[in-house]
Each structure stands twice: as structure tokens, then as C-alpha cells.
Design a protein around this ligand. Structure first.
Ligand code: FAD
Length: 667
């Protein structure tokens, strides 16, 4: 409403061709200000919808210097949902980006009152003074009007993956007034600069795909979302509707063995496996911010990963193949990724897909299958985003092929010191590091099945292998692995065990620890950036500059000292980090380490000037000299800060990459 008032004022004042509003009077709302003006043949931007969102985007674009803005409204400005808005501006939200949007909106609305000269609050109070009975009025009319909700309770913004230059800002989940200022600003920045000033991945349209758009899915999910908005969300809660949409071929087998499930991008993933003697019902019902009831279950899975061998179904990973007739595949990958992909056939490279600012658009592993063919593995929710990014940057060339093969492969992660024994037996091939070095990939037969892509990597820092199995062989290979694995103590494990293992080893994950505003240099991954690989790549200039100037934040691992696992509230993520008593950043993820018997948190440490609050360079020395505390719900716990993984956690001969990583962290 404020933006529309402002825009109305601006329109009356403006003589030149600035933003324009044509009202056609199509909706039921009275088109009081309808104009019969011909639409222009073209404009820099056309905004459809004159609610608080459309007008906020128009306002911010105009503030950023865009002049040729057309806003189309079928009825009257702010006569849609915005008209019914109760005017509540919530200022406390637990989700970081939404909090930022709300804070900005709050400040902006106060400023807008000054800009427009409309004194809403004084006007209202003088009105109430003059007619005090207004305060006691009964509600005479109950309004029933549509409002937009999204499958994950978070709004949707960003550029469409299908149509370049088509931007979306919708789905405010009944908080449009609170978010409109910030959301309009971020979208306007995106349109003007090509990216917003904050990492808004959690709100990006590309976190969804066609799979979340079926009418039945939306109907069921949205009905669940609405009451949840006002619910207290405990850590690791899951939606109940829209489930079992995407599953691994092993779903029923794992379910029958006690798998409890969580969902990511529509895919069911095992959290942990409930042993037969546990009370399933009690487990389902427990909701807590303290020590969870799966603690012992996950502990035994972690122990098995450390001492024997576990299998985790990780089929939800996004998998792409890039092939070409000549060198096109290599050339485009070299341009889009920071590491050097011109490696011998069979090698796997961990690398970042960076933006111009050097931030992570994606973090993935790429195996060179042949001279002209590559297999890329990305996080589950990268399926649309990564695809759109690759397509946007790939040349139109019929000899260069990008294929989404996610559905074609079941992925099993064999973790633990005995994984090598299981696989040697099943493949009749020696699998020790001498014969099958780390970060190596080879198509092999496992049991009766041929063409299994075996990779010596685990995503947890433990020894083991990833098996990418053509789906028709999935059940056979799984059965063989479990059968042969019996004598090596094999068992199923889930993502909670994986989380504990990867966090205690200081492995950062995209989407949790890394985002579009974090660079490899800020998280100690210089070894994955090859500035001298002989060609330019996206983000190279920004990284070169950062290398010269230093970083302004640094990913750090914290081990909590005086935290009682049984009695104290647990850290989950988003906890404030204090350095020498001063706020220095927030945690990005945390887990209980069953090996260290302590909680471990990962988070970025900043160096805010005590005088001005401005960010200053963060050096290893700055990190090492600090005394740290992690604030959990108002109680501060002492923590040891580390820039390198705890070496003793790597019981096996560490992989080349780990060594590089820890060497770097140690510097
Ligand atoms: C009863 C109620 C109370 C609420 N209370 C609060 C609150 O207290 N605090 C809060 O933060 N949020 C609240 N909300 C939510 C908030 O009002 C909405 O999130 C927000 O107004 C959505 O703004 P919008 O611009 O996306 O949509 P709208 O305001 O609906 O604007 C969309 C506009 O697009 C126009 N349009 C649609 N199709 C076309 C077309 N084809 N061509 C041209 N124009 C078109 C429509 O006419 C409309 O004007 C409330 C919502 C409701 C319903």
C-alpha cells in the first residue's frame, strides 16, 4: 500500500517517461483510475501485478536508476491480497534471509512515510481521537480471499529456468507486508546487476522443479503448510504430505528394515534405521531442541562406519553427463568450474561452480569417464539450478550434449574400513589404494551386474566407495553387498550418521555451509581453485582479487567445551558466535561427534571493527588468537576454534585431497 501510494504520488509528479500504470479495469475491483492509454511497444521491464510486491519491485528498480518501467494492473493498485492485509509487520523470524527482508522492510516503510508525506500513524491516532468508538467497532464483514502459499513455506523469487529475463516474486505465505521491502529490493538487484546482494538460494525459484507442481501435490502440501506457519518447528521436522514421490528402487527393502525417512527435493532419504527392539511410535512423537531420541541409534551407525562397513542409499544426488564429439565438453567445464578438469581419464575432481563474485553456485564432484565425457554429481536440490546455470552458459552446439541422468542411477555409499573387503569380493578385483587410488572412478562388475560406476570417495571422510548403479541392477547389487558384507559386520545407515561424520571432519556442504556469497578461499579450499590452469573461468578475477586483499570471513570449526549433551540445549544451526566477547558470526551447521564426544559446529568468523562495525580482513592468526563462545538460546558455551580437521579422526591413510585441505587450513 505504501509503495502504491508512493508510486501514485510519483506518477502525479513525474513528467518524463518513468514508471507507468495502465489500468484496464478487468478485475472486480473498481478501476477508479482507469486510463485509456495505448501500451508502449516495448519497455525495459514490464511488471505484472500492482500489489505490494509488484510496486515494491517497481520502486526499487526506479531507485536503482531504471527509467522505463511499465506496471500492468488489471484492477487497481493494491486491490488484490494487499487490500486485505492486516498490517502486521513481524520483526522476529528465525530464518536468516526472511529476517533480513523483514528488517529492511520495517526501516523502509518508516522512510517511505517521510518520502510520501503521508503520516499514516498520526492520521490513524487523530482519527481514533476524533471517533473513539472506532476502537470498539464490531466486525461486520468476514473477508474470504485467496492468498498464496508455497510447498516449503518460503517465498519464491528469481529468474525462471525456462525463460530468460522472466522474473518471479510470489508465494508470500501470508507475510507479504513483512517481506515486500526486502523481497522487492533483492529482485530488483537481481534484474539490474544479475544477482542479489544477499544469498537467497532458500527462496530461489530454482529450488523447485516440475515435480512440485502437480495439482494434487500442491493441494495436499499447501493445506499442511497453512497451520504449520504458526507451529513451533523443532529441529529436523519433516512435512507429512507429498511424500513418497521420488524413491530409490530400494525404498521398500530399506523401509522393511526400519528406515525412518526425510525428504529432499521430493526424494525420500533414510535418516537412520530403527532396530527391531525400539518403540517406533515413541520415536515418531518426540519433538525436542535437546538431545534427540535417535541419539543411540545414530551412534551405533557411526560406530559401524568407523569400525566395519555401512551402506547409505544416496540415490537422490543430482547426476549429469556432459559429452561432446570434440573438446567442447572439457572446454565448457574448464570455463564453468574453478578446479582443473583436464585430468587423466578415471580421475575425480572436487570443484566449485562459481559466479562472477567467486561464490559457490554449486559444489560438486566430476569424474572424467573418457576423454570427451564427464559425470557430474551435485547436491540433490541442485537439479534445476545447476541445469539452468549450465544451459545458460553452454554454447548452442549439437555436438555438445548435457543429459540429466539422475533417475538412471541408484547411488550406494559403502563407508568404513571393511568396504574394501566387500567390494574386492564382489568384483574379483583388488580394491586397495595401491590398485584403486583415492578419488578414482572405474566401471566394474559387482556381482552379476556390469557397468557399475565405482568411485573411491565417501562424502564423510571415512574410507570407502560410492557405487553408481544402473537402476535395474540396484536390488541385485544391494542384496549382494548386504550378503557378502555380513561377515564384515555390515549394516544400513542413514543421513544423520553421515552428517555427524562429515561435520566432525570439517567437510562443508553446499546449501548448508556454502552459498552464492561464500568463496573457496573463505572456506580453506584454495586447493580446488586452479588460477593458472591455462584459461579463464567464471569467478577467477574475483578470486585473484580476494587472494591479494585477503578474506573477510573464514569458515571455522568449533568444538564445544563445557556443553552437557544430556542436559543442555543442543546447537542446530544459526547460533551466534562470539569472539573475545564480541559477536563474530553464526554457525551454519552442527552435529554431535561420537568420536570426539563433543558437539562440533561449523560457522563463518567475521572481523567487525569495534569502532565502526565495518568488516575487516580475517587472517588465520586472527582466528587462532580468539577466545570463542557459541550462544545457544541465550547461554554461551566455550568453544575451541580450529582451521583444520582433527587429524586423529582420519584413521585411514588420508586422501590426497584431505591432506591438501588440512595443509591449507593449517596455514
Ligand atoms: C486477510 C489477509 C490478511 C493478511 N495480513 C497480513 C499481515 O498482517 N502482514 C503481512 O505481512 N501479510 C499479510 N497478509 C499477506 C499479504 O497481504 C500478501 O502476502 C501480499 O499482499 C501479497 O502481495 P502481492 O503483491 O503478491 O499480491 P496481490 O496484492 O494480490 O497483488 C497481485 C496483483 O496482481 C494483479 N493481477 C493479477 N493477475 C493480473 C493480470 N493477469 N494482469 C494484470 N494484473 C494482474 C491483481 O489484480 C493484484 O492487484 C494478509 C493476507 C490476507 C489475505
Amino acid at each position: 500500500m505504501m509503495f502504491s501510494r508512493l508510486l501514485s504520488v510519483a506518477r502525479r509528479q513525474r513528467t518524463g517517461r518513468g514508471w507507468q500504470n495502465w489500468s484496464s479495469g478487468r478485475s472486480g475491483a473498481p478501476a477508479a483510475e482507469a486510463h485509456s492509454v495505448a501500451l508502449p511497444a516495448q519497455a525495459q521491464v514490464v511488471i505484472c501485478g500492482g500489489g505490494i510486491m509488484g510496486t515494491s519491485v517497481a520502486y526499487h528498480l526506479s531507485k536503482m536508476g531504471w527509467k522505463d518501467i511499465v506496471l500492468l494492473e488489471q484492477g487497481r493498485l493494491a486491490a488484490g491480497s494487499t487490500r486485505f492485509c492486516a498490517g502486521i509487520l513481524s520483526t522476529a523470524r528465525h530464518l536468516t534471509i526472511e529476517q533480513k527482508m523483514a528488517d529492511y522492510s520495517n526501516k523502509l516503510y518508516q522512510q517511505l512515510e517521510q518520502e510520501t508525506g503521508i503520516q499514516t500513524e498520526p492520521l490513524l491516532s487523530s482519527l481514533l481521537r476524533r471517533m473513539p468508538e472506532l476502537e470498539t467497532l464490531e466486525i461486520m464483514k468476514l473477508v474470504n480471499c485467496p492468498e498464496t502459499f508455497t510447498p516449503d513455506m518460503r517465498c519464491i523469487m528469481g529468474e525462471s529456468p525456462a525463460v530468460q529475463g522472466y522474473y518471479v516474486l510470489v508465494g508470500m505465505n501470508s507475510a507479504g507486508l513483512s517481506f515486500a521491502g526486502g523481497a522487492g529490493r533483492y529482485l530488483a538487484e537481481w534484474m539490474v546487476h544479475g544477482y542479489p546482494s544477499e544469498s537467497i538460494w532458500e527462496l530461489d525459484l530454482k529450488r523447485f522443479g516440475a515435480l512440485q507442481s502437480s495439482r494434487t501435490f500442491l493441494r495436499h502440501r499447501v493445506m499442511e503448510v497453512m497451520p504449520l506457519l504458526y507451529d513451533l518447528k523443532v529441529p529436523r521436522w519433516d512435512f507429512q504430505t507429498g511424500r513418497q514421490l521420488r524413491t530409490s528402487p530400494l525404498y521398500d527393502r530399506l523401509d522393511a528394515q526400519g528406515a525412518r525417512w526425510m525428504e529432499k527435493h521430493g526424494f525420500e532419504r533414510p535418516k537412520y534405521f530403527v532396530p527391531p527392539d525400539k518403540d517406533l511410535l515413541a520415536l515418531e512423537q518426540s519433538k525436542t531442541f535437546y538431545k534427540p531420541d535417535w541419539f543411540d541409534i545414530v551412534e551405533s551407525e557411526v560406530k559401524c562406519c568407523k569400525e566395519a562397513v555401512c551402506v547409505i542409499d544416496m540415490s537422490s544426488f543430482t547426476k549429469f553427463e556432459i559429452t561432446s564429439t570434440g573438446d567442447q565438453a572439457l572446454e565448457i567445464l574448464q570455463y564453468l568450474f574453478s578446479n582443473d578438469l583436464d585430468v587423466p581419464v578415471g580421475h575425480i575432481v572436487h570443484t566449485g561452480m562459481l559466479n562472477e563474485g567467486g561464490g559457490y553456485e554449486n559444489d560438486c564432484s566430476i569424474a572424467r569417464l573418457s576423454k570427451r565425457s564427464f559425470f557430474m554429481i551435485s547436491p540433490t536440490d541442485q537439479q534445476v539450478h545447476c541445469w539452468a546455470w549450465l544451459k545458460k552458459h553452454m554454447p548452442e552446439d549439437s555436438n555438445l550434449l548435457l543429459e540429466d541422468v539422475t533417475w538412471k542411477y541408484t547411488a550406494l555409499n559403502l563407508i568404513g574400513p571393511r568396504a574394501v573387503d566387500v567390494l574386492s569380493e564382489l568384483s574379483y578385483a583388488p580394491m586397495t589404494p595401491d590398485h584403486f587410488p583415492s578419488l578414482f572412478c572405474k566401471e566394474m562388475s559387482v556381482g552379476y551386474a556390469n557397468g557399475i560406476r565405482v568411485m573411491s570417495m565417501t562424502h564423510t571422510g571415512e574410507p570407502g566407495f560410492m557405487l553408481y548403479i544402473p537402476i535395474e541392477y540396484a536390488l541385485h547389487v544391494y542384496n549382494e553387498v548386504m550378503s557378502v558384507g555380513q561377515k564384515y559386520g555390515i549394516r544400513n545407515a542413514g543421513y544423520y550418521a553421515l552428517r555427524s561424520l562429515r561435520i566432525e571432519k570439517f567437510f562443508a556442504f553446499w546449501g548448508q555451509d556454502l552459498n552464492t556469497l561464500t568463496t573457496p578461499l573463505e572456506c580453506g579450499r584454495e586447493s580446488r581453485v586452479k588460477l593458472d590452469k591455462g584459461m579463464d573461468f567464471i569467478g577467477r578475477d574475483a578470486l585473484l582479487q580476494q587472494k591479494q586483499n585477503g578474506v573477510y570471513k573464514r569458515l571455522t570449526m568449533f568444538i564445544l567445551d563445557d556443553h552437557d549433551t544430556d542436559l543442555d540445549l543442543w546447537p542446530w544451526w544459526g547460533e551466534p558466535i562470539y569472539r573475545n566477547g564480541q559477536y563474530a558470526g553464526k554457525t551454519t551447521s552442527s552435529a554431535y561427534s561420537y568420536t570426539l564426544e563433543r558437539h562440533v559446529c561449523l560457522g563463518f568468523v567475521h572481523n567487525f571493527s569495534e569502532d565502526t562495525g565495518e568488516e575487516q580482513v580475517v587472517t588465520a592468526d586472527f582466528i587462532n588468537r580468539g577466545e570463542y563462545e557459541i550462544d545457544i538460546a541465550g547461554h554461551r558455551f566455550q568453544a575451541k576454534a580450529k582451521l583444520y580437521p582433527v587429524t586423529s579422526l582420519f584413521t585411514h591413510k588420508r586422501r590426497k585431497d584431505d591432506v591438501e585441505l588440512s595443509d591449507l587450513h593449517g596455514k
